[in-house]
Design a protein around this ligand. Structure first.
Ligand code: ARG
Ligand code: ZN
Length: 862
């Protein structure tokens, strides 16, 4: 007989989209009573349940790591049983009040799902299935209830008691306790429930909505963090205004509260009227937060706020529809960020992050459609595909319909489905009904995984030109046979002599496997500018004529296309070097020189345009992947560019000195350009680079300047790097968000010695397996650093595998996120590939893995 240690792990049952059934019982109202304390919290829940349709099935209430202390039906002892973790209650009537009581230990809840303790606070996280860790309930998004929540707690330790909706009553109890009752008038699914108890200070501000209602906004943090909340407050008010102006959406409660917590599994959560945030997406001061942090805060604050409509008022029928709210809400926050910053720079960044996170996912063992067909653990599906590719789908509809029809579709969607739990199909239908467009073929984007590839060839003749297009959609796990997609491509032809756009840009809808599009009146030889603005999330390969890509890189009027041409140019020459050819940087040097010299381009764009494709981006373009070869070729390229452009880079670096007190686009762009040029200067001349970086570090008044200097020093290494690390640590010890940076700067340094640093940091007193930010700043940063992680000796893989197993015992959701970097093993050269696979096998052999990690590892090995 096999014992438990050698038995192959059983991969738990899959949940399938096609098995969806409407709920047997509805819960129109719930009353919750919390007797709160960190060690022991008592929860009493009174559910008003109603039979949904004609059936005689019992009421089934989900639970997870909770046991019923009492179960009453209409006040009397009930007939109940447990089916695994599910509480089954026999009910004879069509309606009843079912009361349950459970006891929780928030301070021992290290999974950070349900009710948990974080830095003296008590808070909740319910999406997707955390509510069942708080009380027994039909924990699925299509069961919507009105919540009345009573909390009581020790007044000295938990002076602030918050829940969803509006406060209705408060009072003092005995023995120094106090209580508060909150009521949320909007029916909501259980995943949007939230409460917070703790010693919090508030930054509060009034906001008047477009119809003149007054809302009290509150951002709740530790007293000492109050000065760092102004940017989040400003971002919140801007988001509220923008959503009114752009989507006609108004806020609907008297209060809107945000609470920042230090221990959080992801970015933030849109609980109705009570958003809970990872503190890294709230707290900012120029000393401690980089420009990128400021931008991320604005985006995440907007994202969670926008969910009030796209998520809370209209929610998801089941978790397969997650992109209904996430794809749409990401698209909305992208629109907001484009409006408050530079639209061109935003778009380039969105595409960069899609390429860094989503393209690899779509090309690997964890590929899944934007609307998945099955899952084992839903937490594993909060992915770049559901979020970022999902947003690209919405953007394509916006492009195809045009802004007015899209807005009409959005209005219809909100009006038609307010208060409902609906599907991605409902969203697309609203878009069709409002616009008259036919999106039948477009729907394939929801069901087919994999990044489509488009081949383009421009053929010119005397009178005009013909653009020949062909598409293929690669096979992905479980999907071998793909149909052609509807691919919207914004295309322009650019005159080779005039540099002007010949005729206006066209939107081409490629719908077949192949298609040819005619352009008349092309009076001169033309270059092809295709997929402008990244109008479709596809990989385009265009046949290029001599000099074509060089010309587009310095002349395309579409900023994204210009950036793209630059990337294509550099990739072409980098790939040649990776495959063993000479390091040929002449074309890149010329393009960077002309980019730096331009008076028309803003500094942020310049910084992006002169940045080489990352090692991870290059890895996507070669087969098999040899990270050492990629690193060596790219470094040689950087050295050659740094040497050839030493004077231009110095001039650009000096010319981009920014006002340290300004956070406007110009100052942020200048800091960014300084970072980009400093990196190249240091590559060409490490001594000079070190000197400049040292000075920049010493004089830095912003975190962006300090961080950029550290990155340059980290690449070179040596005493200057060690000294900077020490100084940085001494200055910011005790500030967890900044110490996270200190960890990740070391873990991502692109050097062979990085693993030694990582192993030392794991033993550092500030390392803490229970804090997801800290774990990500070490393990996440290291696994994302291709050269340092992908060591030929496999020690990087061993380290990560060990870390995954250790984190899994504490926090499965966070552990499962680190499996993907190992999961791409089939793409690597044989020595590394085998070691990556072996590391996965070792994880798989561990007893009692969580289903989170089990799902990711077993799919990666399949
Ligand atoms: N809905 C949240 C957001 O996108 C994220 C929730 C993530 N949940 C999870 N189980 N990973 O704003
Ligand atoms: Zn979201």
């Amino acid at each position: 007989m096999l014992d438990a240690r050698t038995a192959p792990p059983v991969v738990p049952q899959e949940i399938r989209r096609e098995d969806y059934r409407a709920p047997d019982w509805l819960v129109p109202a719930i009353e919750l009573d919390f007797d709160l304390a960190a060690e022991k919290t008592l929860v009493t829940a009174r559910l008003s349940v109603e039979r949904n349709g004609e059936h005689d099935r019992p009421l089934r209430l989900d639970g997870d790591e909770i046991v019923p202390l009492a179960v009453l039906v209409d006040g009397a002892e009930a007939r109940w049983t447990m089916d695994g973790a599910t509480l089954v209650v026999e009910l004879s009537e069509n309606a009843a009040v079912v009361e349950t009581r459970v006891a929780l230990a928030p301070d021992r809840n290290s999974k950070l799902m349900g009710l948990y303790a974080s830095g003296g606070l008590l808070c909740t996280q319910c999406e997707a299935e955390g509510f069942r860790r708080i009380t027994f309930f039909p924990d699925r998004p299509d069961v919507l209830s009105r919540y009345r929540v009573r909390m009581s707690a020790d007044k000295a330790r938990f002076p602030v008691l918050l829940a969803n909706g509006n406060p209705v009553e408060t009072g003092d109890g005995e023995d120094g306790s106090h209580w508060a009752v909150w009521e949320d008038p909007f029916p909501k699914p259980s995943y949007l429930f939230a409460l917070v108890a703790g010693d919090l200070a508030v930054n509060s501000d009034p906001f008047t909505t477009m119809s003149g209602r007054s809302v009290e906004l509150g951002i709740w943090v530790r007293e000492g963090d109050l000065p760092r909340t102004d940017h989040a407050m400003e971002s919140l008010k801007q988001s509220m205004r923008w959503d009114e102006e752009t989507y006609g959406r108004e806020y609907d409660l008297d209060r809107f509260n945000i609470v920042a917590v230090d221990d959080f599994n992801f970015g933030a959560m849109e609980n109705k009227g009570l958003n809970i945030f990872n503190s890294r997406y709230i707290l900012a001061a120029p000393e401690t937060a980089s420009d990128a942090d400021y931008d991320a805060i604005a985006t995440v604050v907007a994202h969670e706020y926008f969910h009030n409509w796209s998520g809370d008022r209209v929610t998801c029928r089941d978790w397969f529809q997650l992109s209904l709210k996430e794809g749409f809400t990401v698209f909305r926050d992208q629109g907001f960020s484009a409006a408050i910053g530079s639209a061109a720079v935003e778009r380039i960044e969105q595409v960069k992050s899609l390429r860094a996170g989503q393209f690899p996912e779509d090309a690997g063992p964890l590929a899944h459609p934007v609307r998945p067909d099955s899952y084992i653990e839903i937490s594993n599906f909060y992915t770049a595909t559901v979020y970022n590719k999902g947003a690209e789908l919405i953007r394509m509809m916006h492009t195809i319909l045009g802004p007015e029809a899209f807005r009409a579709g959005s209005d219809l969607y909100f009006e038609r489905h307010d208060g409902q739990a609906v599907t991605c199909e409902d969203f697309v239908r609203a878009m069709e009904d409002a616009s008259g467009a036919d999106l039948r073929q477009f729907r394939l984007w929801y069901s087919q995984a994999g990044t489509p590839r488009v081949l383009a060839r421009l053929e010119q003749d005397g009178a005009g030109a013909t653009l020949h297009l062909a598409q293929t959609v690669p096979a992905t796990p479980g999907q071998t046979d793909k149909k052609p997609m509807l691919i919207p491509l914004r295309v322009a032809l650019i005159g080779e002599r005039s540099g002007a756009e010949l005729a206006t840009e066209r939107l081409i809808l490629l719908d077949g496997e192949q298609s040819s599009v005619r352009f008349d009146d092309v009076g001169e030889p033309a270059f092809l500018s295709i997929n402008r603005g990244f109008s479709a999330p596809v990989i385009v390969t265009a046949e290029r004529r001599a000099g074509e890509i060089e010309a587009l890189a310095v002349s395309d009027q579409d900023p994204f296309a210009r950036f793209e041409a630059m990337q294509e140019l550099m990739s072409r020459d980098l790939l040649a070097a990776i495959y063993g050819g000479a390091v040929e940087t002449g074309a890149t040097v010329a393009a960077i020189r002309s980019t730096l010299a331009s008076n028309a381009l803003d500094p942020a764009f310049k910084a992006l345009a002169i940045s080489l494709p990352t090692e991870a981006e290059l890895a996507e373009k070669v087969d098999p992947v040899d990270p050492a070869a990629i690193h060596a070729a790219r470094e040689a390229f950087r050295v050659a560019i740094g040497e050839a452009l030493a004077d231009d880079l110095e001039a650009a670096y000096a010319g981009a000195a920014a006002d340290p007190d300004s956070l406007d686009s110009l100052a942020k762009g200048q800091r960014r350009l300084r970072a980009a040029t400093l990196g190249l200067i240091a590559a060409g001349n490490p001594e000079r680079g070190t000197e400049l970086a040292r000075r920049q570090f010493a004089e830095a008044r912003t975190m962006s300047d300090r961080q950029a200097a550290m990155m340059a020093l980290g690449t070179v290494g040596g005493d200057a790097w060690d000294e900077a690390l020490d100084a940085f640590y001494r200055r910011f010890a005790g500030d967890p968000l900044v110490i996270d940076k200190w960890f990740s700067l070391q873990a991502s340094a692109p050097r062979a010695e990085t693993l030694d640093a990582v192993e030392a940091l794991e033993k550092h007193p500030d390392f803490n397996l229970a804090n997801p930010n800290r774990v990500r700043s070490l393990a996440g940063a290291y696994a994302m650093s291709p050269f340092a992680f992908h060591r030929a000796d496999g020690r990087g893989y061993d380290w990560l595998a060990r870390m995954i197993v250790a984190v899994d015992r504490v926090n499965p959701q966070t552990a499962a996120r680190f499996v993907a970097p190992l999961g791409r093993w089939k793409r690597y050269e044989p020595v590394r590939s085998e070691k990556m696979r072996a590391a996965l096998e070792r994880i798989m052999a561990e007893p009692s893995l969580s289903k989170d990690v089990l799902e990711q590892v077993s799919k990666s090995l399949a």
